[in-house]
Design a protein around this ligand. Structure first.
Ligand code: ADP
Ligand code: MG
Ligand code: MG
Length: 546
């Protein structure tokens, strides 16, 4: 074995060993004790200023933020008046994520316990209409059976409990966590492992948050290379969009910080490699996926696109290479560097962006376009997953971009016999050259697309909740990345000087912890539980005593 090969073996084994720590318990054993000790709640007197600055809207503070929600619930559970509501809230969540076969029985129990005026835990704040609808429907296993109930429950808690919560010790504890969340983060908190891939401005490394043990991917953007190649705008757009979206079908950004040389985006680590690798390189003699597998990935990609489009974001760079697998075999969309946000009140944009062979006709013709360009690229991606070639070039063919563009604008796509008729129909509906006729995002949803016969056997509710078993599970010992020596080095950047204006941009970019993912990490690695200690029953812990 040569030195390069040996280097890869050593780097892989360190990375695979660290990766064994993805679940919370194992992560605790991988922690760096010294760094963990630095994660400490401040005394409450240090948090005074936060009382006025922290976002205290109910939905954000008590529902969306994982730590905020836990503390709010602890408060509710301690108040006689809100105990039943707190329990019903938990039961509703449990119901939505449980298996269909268990749902009717669970629903019946909930009806008896909370909807019956003779019950001790009767929730009298629920409106009669919502209650009777659940009573009528509860034998079906619909995932959203309690949707209306939940809305009323949350409205009730906002009106009746929020104010009192703000006066409680639990809220002070929340402020302590917000203080900790707001502390700046530097490279000292992360340990880098092997390189996973190479981007336009720097390498992406596996890394581990030392204090919690959680693994992430660290995408580095070299400051000088960014400046030389006018990458600032793209970098800040990618970061801004990642902060905005929260979906299990899109990589999540957890931290943004800077080092002397780089801007760093710390994101969900996707250990399973990208779809391009799986289409072509896993079984080279027999490339491409069967329809079941392609269908599963396509459905998950649709959920990711729908989320982006609901947030007015056009992705523009969907292709197998940008769709990554996690340990379980679920996929997420990544690389949002070419994405763009439509301002409120503006429905179309212009501009050449994307990858040759994937871009929609209207974009290539330099016309104004909207979200529908992403459904064209979805069609190309689905086609490639099954055919193991792009729809606009033959296998192994070298064609100029101009010719690919000509084909996209003019030529019909031909389908190998491996395509079922439903799959072919879907590809045709997505690769429709006229965006007005193309299948996609209508009335803020993808209902029509999800109802396509190609997805007949798919349970969208379970898929969206992350409960469907993936058709393929990556090998936990395998490293789905190129050998280190094959990743390729960057040339050095000369003649670029960084000035105060650059520094200002870097400060703006390096906003530190992203609240929801940071709180999720603290909860899932057990750190929240360890820090959230309370005094003996009824007594106020020292750190909350003024
Ligand atoms: P660029 O925008 O510069 O193309 P990417 O975001 O595509 O950079 O990242 C470059 C490469 O790094 C990807 O092709 C992939 O191999 C790897 N990579 C990127 N993000 C992740 C991630 N979250 N998990 C694992 N590998 C990743
Ligand atoms: Mg990329
Ligand atoms: Mg990019």
């Amino acid at each position: 074995m040569d030195i390069g090969g040996l280097e890869t073996v050593v780097a892989n084994s360190a990375y695979v060993a660290a990766r064994g720590s993805v679940d919370g318990n194992a992560a605790a054993t991988m922690r760096d004790k010294k760094m963990r000790a630095k994660l400490k709640l401040p005394h409450i007197t240090q948090c005074g200023h936060l009382k006025d600055t922290v976002d205290q809207t109910f939905d954000s503070m008590c529902v969306k933020q994982p730590i905020g929600k836990r503390l709010f619930r602890q408060y509710l559970e301690g108040e006689e008046a809100f105990k039943s509501a707190a329990e019903l809230w938990k039961k509703i969540e449990d119901y939505a994520t449980s298996e269909e076969k268990d749902r009717p029985q669970k629903a019946q129990k909930m009806v008896n316990k909370f909807f019956d005026s003779a019950s001790k835990t009767f929730c009298s704040f629920l409106e009669e209409k919502a209650v009777s609808r659940v009573r009528e429907d509860h034998k079906h296993s619909r995932g959203d059976l309690f949707k209306e109930t939940e809305q009323q429950l949350l409205k009730y808690l906002e009106e009746k409990a929020l104010e009192a919560y703000r006066g409680s010790l639990f809220f002070l504890r929340f402020l302590q966590f917000k203080w900790l969340e707001g502390q700046s983060v530097t490279e000292e908190w992360f340990m880098d492992f092997r390189v996973l891939g190479k981007g336009g401005f720097g390498e992406v490394h596996a890394c581990q948050m030392k204090a919690t043990g959680k693994m992430y991917a660290n995408k580095k953007l070299n400051k000088k290379r960014l400046k030389k190649r006018n990458g600032y705008e793209g970098a800040i757009v990618e970061k801004r969009i990642l902060v905005k979206v929260h979906s299990r079908f899109i990589v999540t950004l957890a931290y943004a910080f800077q080092t002397k040389l780089d801007l760093c985006l710390v994101m969900t680590i996707m250990n399973g490699g990208d779809l391009r690798f799986h289409v072509y390189n896993v079984d080279e003699k027999n490339p491409g996926f069967g329809e079941d597998r392609a269908c599963f990935y396509t459905a998950q990609i649709i959920c990711g696109l729908e989320h982006l489009h609901q947030h007015r974001i056009i992705y523009r760079d969907l292709k197998p290479e940008n769709v990554l697998l996690d340990d379980a075999g679920h996929v997420r969309i990544s690389d949002l560097g070419l994405a763009t946000e439509l301002p409120e009140g503006q429905d179309k944009t212009k501009g050449y962006a994307g990858t040759p062979g994937f871009m929609a006709p209207e974009l290539l013709k330099n016309e104004a376009y909207d979200y529908s360009v992403d459904y064209f690229t979805l069609g190309v991606t689905l086609y490639e997953m099954i055919a193991a070639k792009g729809p606009f070039r033959s296998r192994g063919e070298k064609v100029e971009n101009k010719e690919v563009t000509r084909r996209i604008l003019n030529d019909p796509v031909s389908y190998p016999e491996t395509f079922s008729s439903d799959c072919k129909l879907l590809c045709e509906a997505l690769m429709e050259k006229d965006p007005a006729k193309r299948l996609g995002f209508k009335n803020n949803q993808c209902v029509e697309l999800k109802d396509h016969p190609y997805f007949n056997t798919l349970n969208w509710g379970r898929l969206e909740a992350g409960l469907m078993d993936p058709p393929f599970v990556p090998d936990p010992k395998m490293v789905y990345a190129k050998d280190i020596s094959d990743v390729g080095a960057f040339s050095t950047i000369k003649g670029v000087v960084l000035d105060d204006k650059d520094k200002e941009f870097y400060e703006d970019f390096s906003s530190g912890n992203i609240p929801i993912p940071w709180q999720e990490e603290m909860v899932e690695t057990g750190v929240f539980g360890e820090l959230n200690a309370w005094g003996a029953k009824g007594s106020t812990p020292n750190d909350l005593r003024y």
